[in-house]
Every structure is written in C-alpha cells, then in structure tokens.
Design a protein around this ligand. Structure first.
Ligand SMILES: Cc1ncc(COP(=O)(O)O)c(C=O)c1O
Length: 420
C-alpha cells in the first residue's frame, strides 16, 4: 500500500467516524496522529501505513497480547462448530468456561453470570445485592465500575454522573483507602450495605492502598453483615502479578467482577462471580436476570482459552517480575527528565502509573509516546496520570524497546514543558 493509499484510508475512516461514530471520538483520533489500526499480534498493533506500535495501552485488556495462539485456537474451533447458542439446550463451552474460571478464583466463589462488558458485570452485582437486601451501595471516590446507569451510580466521578442524574438512590461515596470512613458508613447501614471496591484503583490513576486495606474492608463487611463486591475487571487475571488482587491479601469477597482480559484479547466478555449463598436468590428464577448473548459459546471459548493461556504461560508470574523491572526503570527515566514535576510513579505488576504535577503534561507525554510508536492509556478519572498496561508476554527486546521509546518521549515532553 502506498503512502497515498494509506492517506485515503485514514481520511475515509476519519470521515466515517465524524459522520456516524461521533465527532469527539474522531477528534481524539486526529490528536494522536490520525493513524488507523488494522492488525494486531502479540504486543504489537499495525496501522494501515505499515507502522508498528508497541501496545502498552488497551485499558488492561491485553495481558496476553493480541491473538494469543491458545485463545485463537479455542475461538476458531468454536467459530466453526457452534458460535451462538439456541439458549434452549445446555451448552458445553459455557459449562467449561465457568468451571475453569471458578477454578482460579478465591475459594467459595463458584457461581458465574457471564455478560459482555464490565459495566454489565457491575449491574449484575448490584442486582444480586438488592435481591438479598443489600440496597445501600457504598463505593469509593475515584472508583470506576462502568457507565451504564447502575454502574455509573457507583462510579464516583461527577463529570460522568452529573449529566445523567438522577441515578440510583441510596448510594454513598467515601474516600478510598479509608477504613475509618468505611466503618462509620457501615455502622449506619449495617446489613443493608453493599460495598464495591477495587484492590488498586485503575482509572483513578493506579491508586494503591496501604497494605491490609482490602482485608480490613473484608473484615468490616463481615462484622456488619454487609455484602462485599471486589471489582477486578482491570486488576484481575494477572495484571497485578497474581490471579487477583484479592489473592494478594487472601480476601474472599461475596462477589468478584472480571472482564477486560477475560476475553483473551479477542472477545468482549465479563463475569460476575459469586458465592453460592449470594447467588441463591438469583438462580432460583433463571429469567430474573438474562441477556441474549450472555455466555455465548464463542465468548466462552475465549474465556477458556484466556485462562489456559495465563496458566500455561505463567503470565501472573511474568507480570510480577516484568512489572518490578519496568517500574524501577520507568521511575528512573521519569525523574531523569521531569525531576520535581514527577509526583509519583506507582506500580503493581504490570499496572503502572506515572503521575506528573502539571496539567496537560500526562496528555502531552501520551502523544509523544504515540509519536515514538508506543500506545499508552489515558486515565478516565485522573488527568495527571499516564498509565502503562503492557502485556505479560513481552520479550526482552520488547522491554528494551518500551524503555528506549519511553525515554525519548519523556525527553521531548519535558523539553517542551521546561522551555515554557
Ligand atoms: C475497575 C473497572 N470496572 C469496570 C469497568 C467497566 O468496564 P467496561 O468498560 O467493559 O464496561 C472498568 C473499565 O475500565 C474498570 O476499570
């Protein structure tokens, strides 16, 4: 394809976005260089002009990179046999995916409701909580749980909530990593409460609580008879260097949420995984909470492939080791170029956040990274944090590439800001 062909494709796609998918989204595409992505494999994304980008973005989806062979094999087999079910008969791909998923979740979480997005997984959790009388929802400032009306009600960010009010009633937001505030809230609401929390807040900009936070939250919920939902849609499946953030503190929630990496970088799929006690009222009537494509065989094949890939490639162990290595290097580079304008570099496993002091700096660094062939993440609930979520399948050459390009991008951004 010639440069001219590429320019035509990119212009056409941008025009179609403007016409049908939204001018705002089209504008963001332009801001980050106007490229059009057409292919992906492993840690790399290719644009229509043949350029390759290292994918340290994707909002946490790509722990096993793109088109991991194990996931691809499962999905291809399913695609050519039985991609979507009748919903009349029982179906083996769903049964197997549920069994595999619950074999890697904390003990006692053995019931699953599958859905298509993280927000839907949150919705199901809220409905399960309400069924058992836990109608007072308590979530954390900066927490992110999705943007459907129920999920948005617990996504404590005014920017996203305000235009859609009124949202669900009986929701309170308290500071993250503050067990005193939680205890006070639970004192008021007791058994009617349902607490929803992330082990590390992703969209808030990789906010890591003090050690023991999650286990204290568990203990408080148990003490007051509240339900505990731990949202691991971003942190689960190896991202933090363990299967779940819960495992790092031996916490067993009443409900665990999974998504993003659950579809193996191939299918959109999420899950609400519950104890049999929490699930009991929902499963009594199988039509109480349904969705046409819930547990569709093609998505279920991706789940089984994803879990097998994480296990067989030891992606949890790799994420822990690679995360330590990368975080140390990235912190050194950030301080070398931004000096006192680095507020903090925070990381657990391969969830890495670089917080800068000046407004606009993180956004500029993101664009400079793209100019250096690296894709990173915005943080939806923070404008000062750039997030890196590289895959755990990275090779030593990939690590070297990422660090080299991060250094170049940081130098450019810093020069621009320091000159002003
Ligand atoms: C912790 C967490 N929960 C829920 C969601 C919502 O997932 P989705 O965007 O698939 O609806 C996200 C998305 O970023 C998330 O990070």
């Amino acid at each position: 394809m010639t440069t001219q062909d590429h320019a035509i494709i990119a212009a056409e796609v941008a025009q179609l976005y403007r016409a049908h998918l939204g001018v705002g989204r089209a504008r963001i595409g332009e801001m980050v260089g106007g490229q059009v992505e057409v292919e992906s494999e492993g840690a790399w994304i290719t644009t229509s002009d043949g350029e390759r980008y290292f994918n340290a973005g994707g909002y946490g989806v790509f722990i096993m990179g793109s088109r991991h062979p194990r996931v691809l094999a499962e999905v291809e087999r399913q695609l050519h046999t039985h991609p979507v079910g009748s919903r009349m008969f029982l179906e083996p791909a769903a049964a197997r995916a549920a069994q595999l998923l619950t074999s890697v979740t904390p003990p006692g979480l053995d019931r699953v409701h599958f859905s298509g997005s993280g927000a839907e997984a949150t919705e199901a959790a809220i409905k399960i909580a309400r069924l058992s009388g836990h109608h007072r929802l308590i979530s954390m400032h900066g927490g992110y749980h999705g943007k459907t009306i129920g999920a948005l009600s617990v996504t404590a960010k005014e920017l996203y909530q305000k235009p859609f009010q009124p949202l669900l009633p009986e929701v309170t937001h308290i500071p993250y990593d503050d067990t005193t505030a939680l205890a006070a809230e639970l004192e008021r609401y007791g058994e009617t409460a349902c607490v929803i929390v992330e082990p590390v807040q992703g969209e808030a900009g990789v906010i890591i609580p003090a050690g023991g936070y999650l286990s204290t939250v568990r203990a408080l919920c148990t003490e007051y008879g509240a339900m505990l939902v731990v949202d691991e849609i971003q942190t689960g499946l190896g991202r933090l260097g363990a299967w779940w953030g819960c495992d790092q503190e031996q916490v067993v929630p009443d409900i665990l949420l999974s998504g993003k990496a659950l579809g193996g970088g191939i299918m959109p799929v999420a899950a609400t995984i519950a104890t049999s006690e929490s699930f009991a009222l929902l499963e009594r009537d199988p039509f109480l909470h349904t969705s046409t494509f819930s547990a569709a065989p093609l998505a279920m094949a991706a789940v089984s492939g994803a879990i097998a890939a994480i296990e067989e490639d030891d992606l949890t162990g790799r994420a822990a080791v690679l995360g330590l290595e990368l975080a140390t290097e990235i912190e050194a580079i950030a301080f070398r170029h931004f000096g006192s304008r680095v507020r903090e570099v925070r990381a657990r496993g391969l969830l890495i956040g670089i917080e800068l002091t000046e407004p606009g700096m993180a956004g500029a660094l993101l664009i400079d990274l793209v100019n250096n062939n690296v894709i990173a993440n915005f943080s939806l609930n923070s404008t000062t944090v750039l997030r890196l979520t590289p895959p755990a399948i990275m090779t030593p050459d990939d690590v070297e590439f990422l660090l080299d390009r991060f250094e170049r991008a940081a130098r450019t951004t810093a020069e621009y800001f320091l000159e002003r």
